[in-house]
Design a protein around this ligand. Structure first.
Ligand SMILES: O=C[C@H](O)[C@H](O)[C@H](O)COP(=O)(O)O
Length: 254
């Protein structure tokens, strides 16, 4: 663990960066030889990929497909064998972060702009395991603006339609160049939409699906089987609607 990060946190507490490492390490315990893995995107997923890479160097035999060009580059650099999308391809396990999750494991994803590929791979996975630091768990989704991936030509109409649904959309710009649009790996735009608290995520997801030009939205509903979150330095497993239990209790996928 990075000692500088630890030194910046209150006595005994882990930093969020350290929590991501702890969550990733717990997830790695359930990876088995021969698994085909969906590799997530973002800082927590990167921790998982880094630790997975070390395990592969030590002889673990797995293959993966990445949810973004960034994760693909990281996996390749670490020597994790990669497989391209093909008919019938299904993953034993996908491990990915989230921008928010609630107690039912409804997720908001897409803070890193990878929501489309994430949804594709995670829908094609037998098991989606979320890895998250303690800041991600919320009682009700909506503090984090909901990302939408939008075809550039459709932008004006999608802005109108999202506003009509009560969302305040903001076109994502490049952090280091606020005058330039951010484009996803598929060359689409990302809208970050402030809906306030999302009381009925299923209804909103259905409504967003009817808007032409929205390629995908960042609500991941009914996909996650379990989440590893970190509380007071310990990895805990959450399953939809169940109380959290120590990750150490699970020898196999929770
Ligand atoms: O598009 C990005 C993904 O949905 C990420 O998994 C999400 O933004 C969480 O990222 P992080 O682990 O960096 O908080």
């Amino acid at each position: 663990m990075n000692p500088t990060a630890a030194a910046n946190s209150p006595a005994g507490a882990l930093t969020l960066a350290q929590e991501k490492q702890v969550a990733a390490a717990a997830a790695l315990r359930w990876v088995r030889d021969g698994m085909l893995l969906g590799l997530g995107t973002g800082s927590t997923s990167a921790q998982f990929i880094i630790q997975l890479g070390a395990a592969v160097q030590n002889g673990l035999k797995v293959q993966g497909t990445a949810t973004s060009l960034a994760s693909e580059a990281l996996a390749r650099q670490l020597g994790i064998p990669l497989v391209a999308p093909r008919r019938g391809l299904r993953f034993d396990l996908a491990v990915d972060g989230a921008d928010e999750l609630d107690g039912q494991l409804r997720l908001i994803k897409g803070g890193g702009g990878a929501l489309l590929r994430e949804k594709l791979l995670e829908t094609a996975s037998n098991y989606l395991l979320v890895v998250a630091d303690s800041s991600k768990l919320v009682p009700v989704l909506g503090r984090f603006p909901l990302p939408l991936e939008v075809v550039p030509f459709a932008l004006p109409w999608v802005l109108d339609a999202v506003e009509a649904l009560g969302g305040a959309p903001v076109v994502r710009m490049i952090k280091d160049d606020p005058a330039a649009y951010y484009y996803s790996d598929q060359k689409n735009l990302i809208l970050d939409c402030h809906f306030g608290q999302i009381a009925d995520a299923e209804r909103l997801a259905t409504q967003l699906k009817t808007i032409p030009g929205i390629v995908e939205h960042g609500l991941f509903l009914g996909l996650a089987k379990a989440a590893v979150i970190v509380k007071d330095g310990a990895a805990l497993v959450l399953r939809p609607g169940e109380a959290a239990r120590p990750a150490a209790e699970f020898a196999e996928l929770p």
